[in-house]
Design a protein around this ligand. Structure first.
Ligand code: AQP
Length: 332
């Protein structure tokens, strides 16, 4: 079975709809066909300041949401990044293989550091894509299911894997991004020109899966559309409506073409009302399931402990090979 690896940050508490449709939904599907490794990336979370107690709680919350979304610890390996020290260890080797200019070209860092102010951005935030390279290469992943915003980081991973293999001999699998075109980028409901994101979106533009379902319905109903009236998929000219159609299409497993047909002659309000209902039907059981996992932290922690053990077995082997290739003297 080909291997997949991906991660999600525990920073915001609730996952948002972009995280779910762009990434987590694919993770659930891929555990059936792939040898799947999924992790809560707490090392990445501290690239921006975190309250320790909140970080701990959000790490469990992220794991609970992944299980609620359908990850099955019998079918995939689910773990917390900091439980596997090899991530930081391989991260260092990858740091030493990356050019400063090469790292400086990462657009996510440029965007995020511009928002924070250059003086407040940490070196950790700057090297975060390089830690991500290590995350992926440690597991010899063939594919990495992510949203479009991560494409550049997967490219960097491929470059560094090829560089290492070229310099030290065949060591790492070259991974490919696994990005589904339809859901690669879910847009902000209030500003469909930008991606839905925990940091850039306004509360009204961001659907948090753990929001009260009434709030979710309200946000859907007040989504920005356009002054036209036709319900048609046309991302360039009708970004808001197209975003709603994408979300509806995925959640109801109906093609966009069929949706366009069924909404022929209808107003935007009809689509929004239906989507609000679909969203409520989706988030209500998701919230309940998440809470059930949170109510049983012992079981949750033991799932994560088993996951870390399975992950470490793979990660340790890759790290040992890497250290040997680099020329580190083995510890006796
Ligand atoms: N709007 C989106 N559409 C599709 N996929 C998305 N992802 C995030 N936003 C969208 C994907 O979600 C996965 C987990 O992301 P993360 O943990 O790295 O979170 P993030 O990218 O930091 O989430 P945000 O909201 O985008 O955070 P900020 O505001 O900090 O940039 C990834 O696979 C990502 O592609």
């Amino acid at each position: 079975r080909p291997r997949v690896l991906s991660g999600i940050q525990p920073t915001a508490g609730s996952f948002h709809l972009g995280n779910y449709l762009g990434a987590v939904r694919q993770w659930v599907a891929l555990q059936e066909s792939h040898d799947a490794f999924y992790m809560v990336v707490d090392l990445h979370a501290i690239t921006v300041p975190q309250d320790p107690a909140e970080l701990r709680a959000n790490t469990r919350l992220a794991a609970a949401q992944l299980l609620a979304a359908g990850l099955d610890p019998e079918r995939c390996t689910l773990f917390v990044q900091s439980h596997v020290p090899e991530h930081a260890q391989l991260g260092w080797v990858m740091n030493c293989l990356t050019g400063f200019g090469e790292a400086s070209r990462m657009t996510q860092f440029k965007d995020k550091s511009a928002k924070q102010g250059a003086d407040r951005a940490t070196v950790g935030l700057f090297t975060y894509p390089i830690l991500q390279v290590a995350d992926i290469l440690l597991y010899q992943a063939n594919e990495v299911p992510v949203g479009e915003d991560q494409r550049q980081h997967i490219e960097l991973t491929r470059d560094l894997a090829e560089r290492f293999n070229g310099r030290f001999g065949e060591t790492f699998t070259i991974p490919a991004p696994y990005i589904l075109k339809e859901t690669a980028k879910i847009y902000d409901l209030q500003d469909p020109a930008i991606k839905m994101s925990k940091s850039a979106s306004t509360p009204k533009g961001l659907i948090n899966l753990l929001d009260d379902p009434k709030t979710t319905a309200k946000k859907v109903k007040s989504a920005v559309t356009d002054t036209d009236t036709v319900i048609r998929f046309d991302p360039e000219n009708k970004a808001g409506v197209s975003n709603l159609l994408t979300i509806m299409s995925v959640l109801t497993e109906t093609s966009v073409a069929d949706l366009e047909k069924s909404y022929e002659g209808k107003m935007y309000g009809a689509l929004k009302t239906d989507l609000a209902e679909v969203m409520v039907d989706f988030v209500t059981p998701f919230r309940t399931r998440t809470q059930e996992y949170l109510d049983d932290p012992e079981t949750l922690d033991s799932v994560l402990a088993k996951g870390a053990e399975k992950a470490r077995a793979v990660a340790a082997e890759t790290l040992a090979q890497t250290y040997a290739k680099v020329g580190f003297l083995p510890a006796k």
